[in-house]
Structures are given as C-alpha cells and as structure tokens.
Design a protein around this ligand. Structure first.
Ligand code: GLN
Length: 489
C-alpha cells in the first residue's frame, strides 16, 4: 500500500488544495515514517513532532489557501540554516546548544508559503565533507543500503527525502553538497546560480561559493521549492535583483529536447570515473538524443586544476568565517578559563572536529602574509579562467553535462584515514561552484555493479534555472523510476 508520505510533493499539494487530505493527515504520515526509519538512517539531528502537528492542525482549521504554494507540506532543513526557536548546530559541538532568535531568509519564505518544518537534517560539521561522517553527532546512513554513506555534506537532507520522511528538504552546496548526496540517495538536487537564493541566515562555509537549494524526489518538486525560496534579499549583498522566472510553468513548455544542445566535456570522462557511472551517464545521454537533443563535444581544459583551486578557496574562506566561533558570542564556551587567549584556544580546540581544524589551519596558512599571493590570489585568478572555460563551452551548447561523482555511495568508514582522496571525488561538482553556475543532479538508475543510485549532472547558464529544470524534467519523465529504497519500506 502506498503511504501518503511516498507521494510526490505536487500530488500532495493538489490533494491538499482540493481538501481531499488534511495537513494533519499528511504530517502524521511523515512523522510515522520518521519514527520507523530514523533508527536505521539517522537523518535528523532534531525533531519537532508535536509543534509540527500543532501547526498542521492550525492550518486545517483555517482551510486550504491557494496563495500559499507549500500549504501543509512537511519539509526538513539542513541544520546549517538558522531557525527561530529550533536548535541549529551545523552538526558541531560548537553549536550544540544554540537556538537562534531568527529565521534564515529561505526558512521565512518556506513558512510564509505554508510549509511545515519537521526537523533539522544531519550534515558534515560546518558543511565540510562529502559523506556526513564528519557530523559530530554520528553519520547518517544511505536508505538504499545502510552500510553505505548518504553522501554529503547535505546527507541528512538527501536521506530524509529518499526515505519519505518529508517531501523536500533544503541543503547548501559549496562544492557539491546538494548534488552529490542527492545523487547518492537517488533524489534530485539543485544548486542554483550564485546569487539566486539569499544566504541570509545560512551558516557560512565559503562565502564566494555557498548556495542554498532544494532536494526532492522529482524535478517538478524541486522547481516548486525553488520558486518559493528564490529572489532578491537586501540582507545578502550577493543576492541578485534579477526577476525570478516561473520555474513550474517552465516545465510545461516542452515535452522533448528538440533544439537543445547538450555539451559533454571531454575532461569529464576521465578522473577515475567508474564504469557503472560512465555507462549510466552515456545511456542517459543516448536517451536525451532520442528525445531530440543534440550532443556536442566541448572542452573545459582547466578541469584538472579545479580541485586544487577549490580547496585553497574553501579553506581560506572557512578559516575566516569560522573565526566568529570564539566562545564569546555563540554556542559553546570552555569552562574554568583564566585568560582571553586561553578561552579562544580551549573553546576552539574542544568544540571543533578534526576536519574543521584541518581546514582552519590550512586556510589560515594560505591567507597569511607572504603566502596569500602564492595561494589565495593565484587560486582566485585560476578560478576566473575556469569560469571562462564554461563561458566558451556555452557558446557551443545550452547545457553542459557530466557525472556528479566518479563513484556511487561508498561504505561507511572506508575513507576515514584519507581526507585527500575524498577531496578528489568532488572533481565534477566543484567547477560549477567556482563558476557560480546552476547545477542539477538527476537520478539515472541503479548502478550495474553496486546497485546504488547513479546520476547525471546538468549544468546551466547563469540564472538559466528554468531551462535547466525544463530539460531535466523531460529527461526524468523518460527515465525509468528507481523504485523505493529498502530502508524506507
Ligand atoms: N565536499 C566538498 C567539501 O568538503 C563540498 C562541501 C560543500 O559543498 N559544502 O568542501
């Protein structure tokens, strides 16, 4: 029997609007599913079952409201998005007991649209990582195989969507943290163009790269959530004043890919790409061709530099952003301290995890006088060239495509001793953040060897979300469905 929580966001929304279902029914279905699946997948760091139910009942008492596009829809949020009166930890001991006094811009938008927040999703500490194993509160598990990671850093968000705990979630993506966990869990994940969604109230990792975006089970559901959270916000200086397209309407515009040129960069077919991932991407492109797309060969010649450039920038900016966690203003404070310096040192030594400390130290080093020119400045220059690579590619095609990750989800514990090899696995997602472009992860099928979800990445022009979502929707409609993950049953 299909549970309500397994339906798509769009279908639930229609049935709520018609009054066929109550917000309470829908919320209860998700809460029951959370209760059943959480012990196995550990997707959530905090829950608010009673408050969520109360909110649903309040909505029901007033009746459906067609002016609120997410009326009665239960969602989860990555725990790096600040939420009024709900804990926000960024999966760090540093913020273990932190309850913000305001909502992030995107959270405010969701609430105004009528969404019900069920809880906060697990992640790698301060969004540093790609497996959720760097969470200070234990890893999440992949609902397709609980011995494997859900990806990261927004792994809890992806796992909660895949396991039908909610209809969509928000994550953040600095170098792949929405797209890669979406790919590992068989969901759709969209990193919007830099500036499309306000980061006000998002706990920053690297300010020149971070974007907030949706994860959901279909392209359509992502389009709807994006339409709610996109738009200008004067409180984020990088937020764009460009008007927001109608992403949901854009999906109805086409039912084939005629006239669309999809560029496949030759550099994307190397870099340790596994055979099952390569064959999944090739088959998805064959399907795109049958649907009318033209596949063109393009080149992003500086792809081999993206990982080095990204990790210099992300560490430099993280070291600067995380300087605010000093034991004085937010979260944790070391006890029994005599002097100010000791307060800083002890608080930060006790509360940050190993990966966070590694990045703060390396980031401080590359920003220090004498090294700034050689590292940070050089990285910023090469970043501009990587951006230009994409600009050139987009003169030959409308969408650039490739894998999201060289591998499907790996086993928990597999990479414990080797952070560098983890960094190298981000090679397909990082260039998109360096160039500020929108990127979408689309599930293709279960891999021929691992039987874990595989995915295709579609990358659009700046602010080209409507075209990107439209093409992804056509492709998703033609692709076979993945079915349900075992841990969600
Ligand atoms: N895996 C990348 C990193 O560790 C990306 C993280 C992210 O996008 N937040 O930095």
């Amino acid at each position: 029997m299909t549970m309500l929580c397994q339906l798509s966001l769009m279908e639930i929304r229609d049935r709520l609007a018609k009054g066929e279902l109550s917000a309470e029914d829908v919320t209860r279905s998700c809460l029951t599913q959370i209760e059943r699946t959480e012990p196995r997948i550990n997707a959530l760091l905090s829950r608010r079952d009673d408050d969520a139910l109360e909110e649903a009942k309040t909505l029901d008492r007033r009746g459906p409201d067609s002016s609120r596009p997410l009326w009665g829809i239960p969602l989860t949020l990555k725990d790096s998005l600040v939420t009024k009166d709900m804990p926000t930890t960024a999966a760090s001991r540093m913020l273990e007991n932190f309850t913000p006094c305001y909502d992030a811009f995107v959270v405010k938008r969701l609430r105004e649209a009528g969404a019900i927040i069920l809880g906060k999703a697990n992640m790698d500490e301060f969004a540093m990582g790609s497996s959720t194993e760097f969470s200070a509160f234990g890893p999440s598990k992949n609902p397709w195989d609980i011995t494997r990671v859900p990806g990261g850093s927004s792994g809890g968000s992806a796992a909660s969507v895949a396991a039908y705990q909610c209809f969509a979630s928000l994550g953040s993506d600095t170098g792949g943290s929405i797209r890669q966990p979406a790919a590992f869990c068989g969901c759709v994940g969209l990193k919007p163009t830099y500036g499309r969604v306000s980061r006000y109230g998002g706990i920053a990792l690297a300010s020149s790269l971070d974007q907030i975006g949706p994860l959901a089970r279909s392209v359509e559901d992502c389009a709807l959530v994006l339409s709610v959270i996109a738009g200008h916000d004067p409180r984020d200086a990088t937020s764009s004043p460009l008007p927001v397209d109608n992403y949901v309407a854009a999906l109805k515009a086409k039912n084939d890919l005629k006239g669309i040129r999809i560029g496949l960069p030759k550099e994307f077919l190397t870099n340790g790409l596994s055979e099952e991932m390569e064959s999944a991407c090739r088959d998805a492109l064959d399907l795109a061709k049958q649907l009318g797309a033209e596949i063109v060969a393009v080149s992003l010649p500086l792809t081999h530099l993206a990982t080095a450039v990204y990790y210099i920038i992300v560490m430099a900016e993280a070291s600067s952003n995380l300087a605010r966690f000093d034991g004085v203003r937010y979260g944790r404070r070391a006890e029994g301290v005599q002097e100010l310096e000791e307060l800083y040192v002890r608080t930060r030594s006790e509360a940050f995890g190993e990966e966070v400390k590694r990045r703060i130290m390396l980031g401080t080093y590359v920003l220090s006088s004498g090294y700034y020119e050689a590292y940070y400045k050089k990285a910023a220059q090469v970043r501009r060239l990587i951006q230009q690579n994409f600009e050139t590619a987009f003169t030959q095609c409308d969408i650039v495509c490739g894998p999201v990750s060289p591998l499907t989800a790996w086993h928990l514990g597999e990479q414990d001793q080797d952070p560098l090899s983890l960094y190298l696995r981000d090679v397909y997602t990082l260039p998109v953040n360096l160039a500020g472009l929108p990127g979408l992860s689309l599930p293709v099928r279960l891999g021929t060897q691992s039987r874990m979800p595989t995915a295709l990445q579609l990358i659009g022009r700046p602010f080209g979300e409507a075209a990107l979502l439209s093409a992804a929707h056509v492709l998703q409609t033609a692709l076979p469905q993945l079915g349900s993950p075992p841990a969600a049953a």
